[in-house]
Ligand binder design. Structure first.
Ligand SMILES: [Cu+2]
Length: 184
């Protein structure tokens, strides 16, 4: 009984710490802020929580009951034939996305099209040299790579703040060469 309570508490503390961290980094973390504060009664647990904060691999049980469709994308992936849900890469410090993946009638995709990462993660886009020249251009203008076709070319962006970041390849957006990074 003590054991269980303890475990639950640790998990909860870990979540709390993550939320608090996001808040600190983002300055505004919309949801969860209240819960985090309420649960934050503990004194010095933060250190423990930090080292325990990574085993979130099997999340989804908590909030993501929907799983399949992703309302936060607002139709962004409607014409993207390689969109296959959001690949969970939370906890990774670096995530690589292929530019020129087979999709949308040619080598016109990002692979994977959508990834979920933790704040502070660097996403590295790596060109595979297929499908001509591509770029990585944020829908809101927050980042934009060169337009190149060279295999091995890379572009990276570090996502500090929570949110949903849509991006596309300017010349191939209409074909469905679009992606998104979800930071949470
Ligand atoms: Cu392209």
């Amino acid at each position: 009984m003590m054991r269980d309570t303890n475990l639950t508490r640790r998990r909860f503390t870990a979540l709390t710490a993550t939320a608090a961290l996001s808040t600190a980094l983002a300055g505004c973390s919309g949801s969860g802020g209240d819960a985090a504060n309420a649960a934050d009664g503990g004194e010095g647990d933060a250190t423990t929580a930090e080292s325990t904060a990574e085993p979130t691999t099997e999340s989804g049980g908590d909030g993501g009951s929907g799983g399949g469709s992703a309302p936060q994308f607002d139709g962004w992936f409607d014409n993207v034939d390689n969109y296959d849900g959001v690949t969970d890469e939370t906890g990774s410090s670096t995530v690589t996305v292929t530019v020129g993946a087979q999709a949308n009638g040619g080598a016109f995709g990002y692979g994977p099209a959508a990834v979920r990462v933790s704040p502070g993660t660097t996403v590295v886009w790596e060109w595979n040299g297929e499908g001509g020249s591509h770029n990585v251009a944020a829908a809101d203008g927050g980042f934009e790579s060169e337009l190149v076709g060279d295999s091995g070319h890379t572009f990276e962006h570090t996502f500090e703040e929570t949110g949903t970041y849509k991006y596309a390849c300017t010349p191939h957006e209409t074909l469905g060469m679009k992606g998104a990074v979800v930071v949470e």
